[in-house]
Design a protein around this ligand. Structure first.
Ligand code: ADP
Ligand code: MG
Length: 687
């Protein structure tokens, strides 16, 4: 299906010379599966190296290339480094220093008596000049030492700079000639190179024009795909739903809705009444009351004689949602059922029957509710509790059951800034719950130095003795790459010593059943302290948990901290959040933690986080995870996304609104495939 022009780019990395089974995993870890991924694996930075005739000419701290003659191998006793003493033409000595395993290959590459070209950073160690782990050692002065400016690529264990550089060189040779997809006037005005030149330049030097062009391509692909989804959605037939309110009137709510809830419900009602299926995002902080809004929407569907489904990301959340909805909707007489992967046999059969004959009006569940074996009488609304981080493509697939496309309401508690909302959910209309229900007590948030661990554990002990529950969040489960991260397993062991069976551990590498079981022990109160990696982000609701400890808080993004903190403060009691911090904090990290203390407003935190990061320490680094982009960084997103948006709109208008035609339209199709946003193209075909 993929256009022929892109075949070479989509060839697997194994087709490159020098890639065997041993490199496959390290490459995978960097996300390099295809030639195009390698071509887009851009350097983090460049080092300038100066070729120097002798050590007298080199400064300490400088990156140099120099010819040296090997004089002596000096192995150390015990765990010390392996040193190779080498001499320049003037009799100056420099140590080439290797730690650990690297010494084996050094021994071979640097035989005594031989002359070698060595590239690296010159340091001083006591009285001695040294180069620690030279970046290159070669017999040949031409390559790769001839390059005085060298790209430094992101690596993973098992890869070297030299290896990546060689793969990149091969990938760049395979670049096809592609037609221009961006507005030629824009390209000219900004002085952007062609696509393939931009890639070549970006591997060679830090060129703003080239990097901007590549980022722009990605942003354009994204905007275009989202607009295509919107356009095709407008052309779909859904089921217009108008309710007469007879069920909603029977909801006996113990509180008055907030203004934001009323507004959002109104917006949803307006969409549901249309022919075209709704595509709407309900964005609201933890505790802002999304559930009641979702229930009202589902009741509109039921009032109109149709069925509604609520999709939860996990088994336990599905059950929590089910219980909550049952309680809220008790007076309405609406039939609400639960279906998860765990349900088997008779129970499952009876739910399937109920969905088919329409006696079940609202279904709550995990992915199981969209399996092929599940048939609906008339499903007209799907609510997705979006902690899934669904891609747009997946979101669309869900909605394609049945003859008519159901309305979709996605809910997210992730407070993301407006620009990123546009990038991530640009195909949707947005309703924001920007107001918390009245009477919420702010969570008492404190920043505590890690040295005070004993005090923190005592505080937890007092808390548990008082009958409340607590969370303890660790950044990551131990893996060999990151010993310095607090290991959840080690912490769990330590806390277990103190608190015994009251403690449970949950982390991402547990089997789902084991994870659910542990979560459940906590949710039912059988366990008092939940030690977890960030998996608890996926909103469990335990009102009795009123203390949360977050270790190495400076390692989390603000939005993430905020969401974690939102696990507490759900009940009547006063809640406390302890942010444990390391000793060495950057200025930005300090500001971010201070901001956490200062405000509970998720939207504000998200905007400020973007400010701090966009203008601060992470400038120029591509984020993984918190944006849908691999090439464009936060600063580029802010600066170029509006431009890309306009260009995408222009392109669609020129193509006559719905499709992608003409020369630029054809080129843009290639772009969509290139960035794997071809779901937009699939929709064009009416798929
Ligand atoms: P979210 O899913 O957005 O995190 P929930 O829907 O779980 O939030 O609501 C959090 C709590 O607030 C629930 O206990 C809910 O009953 C309550 N709640 C919702 N809306 C209101 C309101 N308008 N006034 C008071 N309490 C409310
Ligand atoms: Mg919720």
């Amino acid at each position: 299906m993929r256009p022929e022009a892109l075949h070479s780019l989509f060839a697997e990395v194994e087709t490159l010379e020098g890639v065997g089974p041993k490199l496959k995993r390290p490459l995978e870890r960097l996300g390099l599966a295809r030639i195009k991924d390698v071509a887009y694996h851009l350097p983090d930075r460049f080092v300038e190296r100066r070729a120097v005739p002798d050590l007298d000419e080199a400064g300490v701290g400088e990156n140099i290339v120099i010819a040296l003659t090997v004089r002596e191998h000096r192995a150390s006793s015990g765990r010390g480094p392996f040193r190779v003493l080498a001499e320049d033409g003037k009799g100056n000595i420099c140590a080439l220093t290797y730690f650990g395993r690297a010494s084996y290959s050094a021994r071979k590459a640097l035989p005594v008596g031989e002359r070698r070209w060595v590239a690296g950073r010159l340091d001083q160690y006591g009285q001695m000049l040294q180069i620690v782990h030279p970046e290159h050692v070669s017999e040949d002065s031409a390559a790769p030492l001839g390059h005085l400016r060298e790209p430094i690529y992101p690596l993973s264990e098992g890869l070297t700079q030299g290896r990546i550089a060689s793969l990149v060189a091969q990938a760049l040779k395979a670049l096809p000639d592609l037609p221009e997809w961006s507005d030629p006037a824009l390209v000219e005005k900004r002085g952007w190179p062609d696509w393939d030149d931009a890639l070549r330049i970006a591997h060679r030097e830090k060129s703003e024009a080239a990097l901007d062009r590549l980022a722009f391509d990605e942003l354009l692909a994204n905007s275009l795909a989202l607009m295509l989804v919107r356009a095709s959605n407008r052309a779909q037939r859904g089921t217009p739903l108008t309710g007469d309110g007879h069920l909603r009137d029977k909801l006996a709510l113990p509180f008055a809705l907030t203004g934001a809830q009323v507004r959002s419900i109104g917006e949803i009602e307006g969409d549901l009444a249309q022919d075209a299926p709704m595509l709407r995002l309900l964005q609201g902080d933890v505790g802002s009351g999304k559930t009641i809004v979702a229930l009202q929407a589902m009741l509109v569907a039921v009032e109109a004689g149709a069925q509604a489904a609520l999709l939860a990301p996990t088994e336990i959340l599905a059950r929590q949602h089910h219980a909550t909805l049952m309680k809220m909707a008790r007076g309405t007489g609406v039939e609400i059922a639960l279906l998860t992967g765990r349900d088997k046999g008779r129970a499952r059969e009876s739910v399937l029957m109920g969905l088919l004959d329409g006696s079940i009006q609202i279904i709550v569940g995990t992915h199981a509710i969209f399996q092929d074996t599940v048939e609906y009488r008339n499903l007209a609304l799907v609510v997705i509790d979006e902690q899934h981080r669904f891609g747009v493509g997946q979101r669309l697939m869900l909605a394609r059951k049945g003859r008519r496309t159901p309305h979709t309401l996605a809910m997210t508690a992730t407070p993301i800034p407006r620009t990123l909302t546009l990038a991530q959910y640009g195909e949707m209309e947005v309703s924001r719950l920007d107001e918390l229900p009245p009477g919420r007590q702010p969570i008492d948030t404190r920043v505590v130095a890690i040295e005070r661990m004993d005090d923190v554990v005592s505080a937890v002990a007092r808390h548990l003795e008082a009958g409340a529950q607590a969370y303890w969040v660790c950044p990551m489960v131990r893996d060999n790459e990151s010993d310095d991260l607090a290991a959840a397993e080690a912490r769990y062991a330590a806390l277990k010593e103190r608190f015994g069976d009251d403690v449970v551990l949950v982390h991402g590498q547990l089997r789902p059943e084991a994870k659910d079981a542990a979560m459940e022990r906590f949710a039912t109160g059988a366990a008092k302290l939940l030690v977890a990696t960030t998996v608890i982000e996926v909103g469990v609701d335990v009102p009795n948990a009123t203390l949360i400890v977050i270790e190495q808080a400076e390692r989390f993004g603000l939005a993430q901290l905020h969401q974690l903190r939102g696990r507490v403060g759900r009940g009547e009691g006063k809640s406390v959040c302890l942010l444990l911090r390391g000793n060495t904090l950057s200025e930005t990290a300090r500001q971010r933690l201070a901001l956490m203390r200062e405000t509970q407003d998720g939207f504000r935190l998200a905007e400020e986080d973007l400010e701090l990061r966009g203008g601060g320490e992470l400038l120029g680094t591509r984020q993984s995870g918190d944006t849908p982009f691999r090439i464009a960084d936060l600063e580029q997103i802010q600066r170029l996304l509006p431009v890309a948006h306009d260009d995408a709109r222009l392109l669609l208008e020129r193509s006559g609104g719905a499709g992608l035609s003409g020369e630029r339209g054809e080129a843009a199709r290639l772009l969509l495939y290139l960035f794997e946003r071809d779901w937009g193209v699939q929709l064009l075909r009416g798929g």
